[in-house]
Design a protein around this ligand. Structure first.
Ligand code: NOJ
Length: 746
């Protein structure tokens, strides 16, 4: 049994001992920090640890006074390029130590050019494009003076009830890690550049496991689950150079994450060597009182600062109590120095001491045509085709008439999705507008209902008439942006309102029926998928969602997205994720007898004594990694370089992928592995790699993946291990299908 961790540590040591140049600059930086801190009083240090929101001070005079007196280390949501420049000038030129300020803002999926929600971007399986999108977000945000954003959000979640699934990268730790790295690189860019923005990996950690998907709720996560799943994207963010982390709201195994020494110190600092800033989430230090973990605000400050939170967001338990806590010996001066050094280090790495105060790049940056072009491409690649019976899609551009129906067809604000502070609905191009641009009067638009939650059927008649006189129907349904995101969890994940009823009526017209779902979560849409001839899952696609959808609907682009999260049949099936365990009594769909088919007078205790639901069976609605395209891809010639993988070896696994259909298209080829026996039970499948291939009709590509022993490592409760034994391996189009082989690790 290999000690994976020790190997990593050794490699780390070797790399750092070779890298003399960077060591020198590191020590210069550390010297600068120490010199600066040597002149700072305890009050000055505590000032750096405070992040204040706009509106905290009654007026700008008080705010400026606080900056001059060094009472603030960072602002949150202070806006206006000129205002920010002026505050930064005052901090640098007029405050006692000339320490610049961090200006934070939630720029989660775009500043003014709004990209698809993160869960949508995650459906693209294209980290390079996500990186580009995040770079654009930072270019726009930095032109307004923002130098810190609270992204990426990399909480792994299995729960579509949880509103914040919209902000996440989905259920898979490997995929989320790849994206975490891409997003950090995109957000930060080159730290020497004026457009650099500090990234913040959040929410550290386990927040995506909030019980019942209810936001802010308790989490229980065993250490193997924490390390094998939830910590992985965060480690990737750290490795990609994320300058800051945010401690979360959740109570993790009884210890709130904003006062959790195990995660903040043992893991983040000691194991990973993170030397940036940890900021609390909004009021999450003070909320330890409500958690029942701190007796009062002073106690909360003591716990958080000792556990490792460097900066307090929004509340003031640090500012009020740290000095006394030091005097009382409950917090040591070393701890304060460490926290402040972590903050100054980020300010120095970002170059805030030396960069020109005015952050303006140019106002032309905002919504630049090149930005909108990328937003459209990102939106196109985020859409997942779930069904396409009888090649209903794409529709011919010369279609005689097309009915465009539904509450989301022309909802400029809602198509942007959750977490949009600075985006403006007026900049959005809706599907209705994009299709009208193409079809003119051949489009018959009738929303049928104003909002997804409407209970009135008053608008149905007009919508049905529009459908009747058209050659096909596009029905834009789903949920508005305010139904997902922070605090917006749902217990029922089906279509709200009477959308299903409208779909039933539209179906009765007998016209080809395309359902386009715009939502912030995977909805329970089993019945709706059955009714529609074709289904596009478009999420909330941002500013350019309309043109992107039109590109797909009329065949200018063949859908390529794949699901980053399992679609369940209904909320009762949650949690249901592809890397679940087999259990002692696994079942297959053939074992399943639906509750309606069990004889009413049955006296049998059970038909099979296997794991399943009598109503849902054992399969999800749609598996992780699933997505169709307008063409056909065929997988063949699975091959492996060897049946054995040596301890220091590499295994090559490959398959041919051929575009056997009529459209030029992209396929996301996925690699999965199963470790058959482990010192703790192992998942039935784990994603280990993927590649996007672009193929013209008739073309073939050999796709090759490399597997190394390190890829098979996991935490077994005691240690990171790589265990010899037998493995299954698949190359396929999703987590449920694929060509299979096996190998053993020696
Ligand atoms: C609370 C949210 O949990 C977090 O994601 C966000 O960055 C902060 N508020 C600041 O707005």
């Amino acid at each position: 049994m290999k000690k994976y961790l020790s190997v990593l540590l050794l490699i780390g040591l070797l790399i750092s001992s070779c890298d003399k140049g960077s060591q020198e600059s590191v020590s210069t930086l550390e010297k600068d920090i120490q010199e600066l801190m040597a002149n700072m009083s305890i009050e000055d240090k505590i000032g750096q640890m405070q992040q204040v929101f706009d509106g905290f001070y009654p007026n700008d005079d008080d705010l400026i006074k606080a900056v001059r007196e060094g009472k603030v280390g960072s602002f949150l949501n202070v806006m206006g390029a000129d205002r920010i420049s002026e505050l930064q000038r005052i901090a640098l030129e007029e405050s006692k130590h000339g320490i610049p300020l961090l200006f934070g803002r939630d720029v989660i999926h775009g500043y003014r050019t709004i990209f698809p929600i993160p869960l949508a971007m995650a459906s693209s399986w294209e980290p390079e494009l996500i990186e580009k999108s995040m770079r654009i977000s930072s270019v726009e945000a930095s032109s307004m003076g923002i130098n810190w954003t609270f992204a990426p959000m990399i909480d792994v979640t299995w729960d579509p009830r949880w509103g914040r699934i919209a902000e996440s990268c989905g259920e898979d730790p490997y995929l989320a890690s790849v994206y975490a790295s891409a997003m950090v690189k995109g957000i930060q860019g080159d730290l020497n550049d004026q457009t650099a923005v500090a990234a913040c990996a959040k929410h550290f950690v386990g927040y995506g496991m909030s019980e019942a998907g209810r936001d802010y709720n308790t989490t229980y996560i065993t250490e193997p689950l924490l390390r094998n799943v939830h910590l992985r994207p965060f480690e990737a963010a750290k490795d990609a150079g994320a300058l800051t982390f945010m401690s979360a709201f959740n109570d993790l195994n009884g210890v709130p994450t904003s006062g959790n020494e195990f995660t903040l110190k043992t893991i983040l600092r000691d194991e990973w060597g993170f030397d940036g800033t940890v900021v609390s989430d909004w009021a999450s230090i003070e909320e330890m009182i409500s958690h029942g973990y701190a007796a009062n605000r002073k106690h909360a400050a003591e716990i958080a600062v000792n556990a490792g939170v460097d900066m307090e967001m929004a509340t003031t338990t640090y500012a009020e109590n740290l000095k006394v806590l030091v005097e009382e010996g409950k917090v040591s001066e070393e701890v304060i120095n460490e926290r402040v050094a972590n903050i100054l280090r980020v300010k120095m790495k970002l170059g805030l001491f030396t960069k020109p105060v005015s952050q303006h790049v140019s106002v032309d940056t905002i919504l630049a045509p090149s930005h909108l072009k990328v937003a459209r491409e990102m939106a196109r690649k985020s859409i997942v085709l779930l069904k396409n019976e009888s090649n209903t899609l794409p529709l011919p551009k010369d279609i005689r008439s097309l009915a465009v129906v539904g509450p989301l067809a022309n909802a400029p604000h809602n198509q942007m999705g959750t977490w949009v502070f600075d985006g403006n609905g007026d900049d959005s191009v809706t599907p209705k507008v994009a299709i009208e641009n193409l079809l003119g009067k051949r489009m018959n638009f009738v929303a049928g209902m104003e909002y997804s939650r409407d209970k009135s059927t008053a608008g149905f008649k007009e919508a049905i008439n529009a459908a009747r006189k058209s050659d096909a129907i596009l029905f834009f349904a789903g949920e508005e942006s305010c139904l997902s995101g922070e605090a917006n969890s749902r217990g029922i994940i089906d279509f709200p309102g009477v959308q299903k009823e409208l779909l039933i009526e539209l179906k009765k017209t007998g016209k080809p029926l395309v359902l386009v779902v715009m939502a912030g979560r995977p909805l329970g849409i089993g019945d709706e998928i059955n009714m529609a001839d074709a289904v596009l899952y478009a999420w909330h696609g941002g500013t350019m969602a309309g043109p992107a959808l039109a590109d797909l609907v009329f065949g200018d682009y063949s859908p390529s997205g794949k699901l980053p999260v399992t679609f369940v049949k209904g909320a009762g099936q949650i949690p249901f994720y592809y890397y679940r365990k087999n259990g002692g009594r696994p079942s297959s769909p053939e074992d399943f007898t639906h509750i309606d088919d069990i004889p009413r007078n049955s006296k049998q205790l059970s038909l099979g004594f296997k794991t399943m639901h009598l109503d849902y069976g054992i399969a999800p609605l749609l598996p992780f990694g699933y997505g169709l395209t307008y063409t056909e891809f065929q997988y063949s010639n699975f091959s492996m370089s060897d049946a054995k993988l040596k301890a220091n070896g590499t295994l090559t696994v490959s398959a041919d992928v051929r575009n056997s259909g009529n459209y030029e298209a992209e396929e996301i080829v996925q690699l999965y592995v199963r470790d058959r026996v482990g010192s703790i039970t192992r998942p039935i499948k784990e994603l280990k790699g993927f590649e996007k291939v672009h193929l013209k009709p008739g073309n073939l590509r050999k796709v090759t993946f490399l597997i190394e022993p390190e890829d098979l490592a996991f935490f077994n409760g005691n240690d990171y291990v790589i265990e010899p034994g037998d493995f299954d391996v698949w190359i396929g189009p999703n987590s449920d299908e694929g060509l299979q082989g096996e190998f053993s690790l020696e």
